[in-house]
Design a protein around this ligand. Sequence first.
Ligand code: SF4
Length: 213
Amino acid sequence: MKHSYQLIYDKLFDYYGPQNWWPADTPFEMMVGSILVQHTNWRNVDKALTKVKAYLDPERIETLKTDELAQLIRSSGFFNIKAKRIKTYLEWFKTYNYDIERVKMKNKQELRKELLNIKGIGRETADVMLLYAFEQPIFVVDAYARRMFYRLGHDMPKSYDVFRKQVEKELPNKWTLYNEYHALLVEHAKRHCKATPICEGCPLYDICEQRLD
Ligand code: SF4
């Protein structure tokens, strides 16, 4: 039986509380972090962010050559590719004079299209930026969300956008809710709904089709 996305959210929120995401000091750090986290885990990103910390400002990072940036973010893996991606992203951001407020004024769908046109920015990266840097209400589809909703018994469309719209159709268009939802899913995937789940004490136990007894 399919349970509503709102009910799942409520249960997770009651259990884990507010997550106050994204883990970054500034929106720009968030944007860089969202590129660094591609194909790696947060521990490696954290190390890279510490090394590049002194340059976590668009004007300062612009002064670095691509290979210098690559060395600083080495621990995040695929560092040459990621350095190029950050530089390409920066070129786009510069068209807004590095002004987040100007970007936020843009219509969500148009902004999403622009982000997806940047080389190396896929749907998941674009959507976390829309959500956590530009404060747009959007549901992020990631491997954790897919795993969890599958276990709960939901239909899982293969298409990223079909799945995203399926969730968004049911939920209120509130940025704060989407902000918490993604963070709560990540927390739940780390604490209980792991590859091998720890079902004992899980806040979704009573509504889960694949719970382990
Ligand atoms: S009961 Fe187990 S499988 Fe179901 S959501 Fe919880 S941890 Fe995941």
